[in-house]
Design a protein around this ligand. Structure first.
Ligand code: ADP
Length: 505
């Protein structure tokens, strides 16, 4: 495999191209009209214009992409994440047209594509799933019947769901029928499929996911877990590896379960099994993402591996070069997703030109981005500016380093979540590990709002800063250091165990 077409844009296209270059593999970028000046295009060896502005006209147009691969002599397609990465039909077309698909077989994507079908498959493989209805519910009565037996609250979920869309928490019976109708409408418009099922809504769980990898020779391993409980609207903002709530024993158990899940669907290449972990240490399968995850760098930092290189090697038919016993985790990594968004305005995207952009650097940092100074954050695509990753020997060192890095980060032209993330990283909730998937919305956002309202806004470095930009420099707020960790909790005890076990090597 000497050349790969990267069917994506932005930071992930740049990320994949970097490994290709290190491996001596030629890269072919594709791009929409909006992206003609993008970094991912400039960094590639060859480029093919797809035309169009919207994803449907460009990165989601299967025929255009396969034509581009053929015309440019690409031997393989790497889909990145999002767009066509979890489209079984596309994976199939790629292989049928004689190209190598750097991803799992279409059959595995299919098996995991529907949440209800994936749950059924997992139940068959003895993998614990969140209690829920067997499949999509026919009507409100069926939903009510389940909710009565499982107890409220329940969560309505689109079978075809993704990206936190089409989910509704229902806390009492009176609301169920209306909520179901609304969820079905939402599912229909977002995914073209109105199938909705019901799950027990777990109170205050942690989101723990396991990175797995399988080759074409029947070998499969796990590379430890990531914790992604810092979420807004069911979407991740800060991720880390390892989790402070996972002991070595739990890691082995949840890891083996993830490998079992992968084997149950004939999985090959990189995948992620997502679980919810409750305070009793019980975990439940949520879904499997059949692609590289946004947050894969934290796993790379603590394992020392390049997951894209492994993806390419596995796609070439090579055996996994390591056994489970050879995989060692070392240190701790934290990732912040830096978004162009208005935190206080309900996390709405903030579009515009990056009139100033100077990302932080220094020891132990990694920045994955598709941006450059002068780039436009357009309304057509996800407003993520970059993924900043900090590594340290301990969780505390990695967190301190991230706080330092966020202080250094200079950006103007759009609003960002940098100030909010800094605020979160220095809060007792984060420092103690005592947080769950609802902590941002329950506690941290209200606390941040209060902080902003009372706080001093200090543009510390740019003299004569203009009034409009002042908003942006809210990131420069002098954050009061909150007391570090004293609260006792189930998470904390588990965390201490995990922290002790992470000083290996
Ligand atoms: P999506 O595919 O849309 O991302 P997931 O099933 O992966 O949806 O869930 C995303 C997030 O939603 C989880 O990380 C968690 O915060 C929340 N969530 C999902 N299912 C449940 C549940 N049964 N109970 C509590 N929270 C849930």
């Amino acid at each position: 495999m000497k050349s790969i077409l990267i069917a994506n844009r932005g930071e992930i296209a740049v990320r994949v191209a970097r490994t290709c270059r290190e491996m001596g593999v030629k890269t072919i970028a594709v791009y929409s009209d909006v992206d003609k000046n993008s970094l991912h295009v400039r960094e590639a060896d060859h480029m093919v214009a797809l035309g169009g502005e919207t994803p449907a006209e460009s990165y989601l147009d299967q025929e255009k992409i396969i034509r581009a691969a053929k015309a440019s002599g690409a031997e393989a397609i790497h889909p990145g994440y999002g767009f066509l990465s979890e489209n079984a039909g596309f994976a199939d077309k790629v292989e049928k047209s004689g190209l190598i698909w750097v991803g799992p077989p279409a059959s595995a994507i299919n098996a995991m594509g529907s949440k209800t079908e994936a749950r059924a498959l997992m139940i068959g493989a003895n993998v614990p799933v969140v209690p829920g209805t067997k499949g999509a519910v026919k009507d409100a009565n069926e939903a009510i019947e389940f909710a009565r037996s499982a107890g409220f609250p329940v969560l309505l979920k689109a079978a075809a769901g993704g990206g936190g869309k089409g989910m509704r928490v229902v806390r009492n019976e009176g609301d169920l029928a209306n909520a179901l109708a609304a969820a079905q409408r939402e599912a229909k418009s977002a995914f073209g499929d109105d199938a909705v099922y019901v799950e027990k809504y777990l109170e205050e769980p942690k989101h723990i996911e396991v990175q797995i990898f399988a080759d074409k020779h029947g070998n499969a391993v796990y590379f430890g877990e990531r914790e992604c409980s810092m979420q807004r609207r069911h979407q991740k903002i800060i991720e880390e590896a390892p989790s402070s709530a996972v002991s070595p024993e739990l890691r082995a158990k949840i890891g083996a379960t993830a490998v079992m899940a992968a084997k149950a669907c004939g999985y090959v290449n990189a995948g992620t099994c997502e679980f919810l972990l409750d305070k009793n240490g019980d975990f439940y399968f949520l879904e499997m993402n059949t692609r590289l995850q946004v947050e894969h760098p934290v796993t790379e930092m603590v394992t020392g591996l390049d997951l894209v290189r492994l993806q390419i090697e596995v796609a070439r038919g090579k055996k996994l070069p390591m056994t489970q016993e050879q995989i060692q985790l070392r240190g701790h990594a934290v990732e912040v997703r830096i978004y162009a968004e208005e935190v206080m305005g309900g996390f709405l995207p903030s579009t515009g030109k990056l009139s100033l952009w100077r990302p932080s650097s220094g020891p132990g940092l990694r920045e994955d981005t598709g941006m450059y100074e002068g780039a436009e954050i357009s309304r057509f695509y996800d407003p993520m500016i970059s993924k900043l990753v900090a590594y340290g020997e301990t969780r505390e060192a990695a967190t301190d380093r991230m706080v330092r890095a966020l202080r250094e980060y200079r950006i103007a032209g759009v609003m960002t979540n940098i100030g909010f993330c800094r605020f979160v990283l220095d809060r007792e909730e984060f420092r103690s590990g005592n947080f769950d998937t609802g902590t941002v919305e329950r506690i941290l956002l209200p606390a941040y709002r209060e902080y902003i309202e009372q706080g001093e806004v200090v543009p510390t470095w740019l003299p004569g800063v203009i009034a409009a930009a002042n908003k942006v420099f809210r990131t420069e707020i002098n954050l009061a250091k909150s007391a570090k960790g004293s609260q006792q909790s189930a998470w904390k005890t588990a965390g201490r165990r995990a922290a002790m076990s992470n000083h290996r090597g």
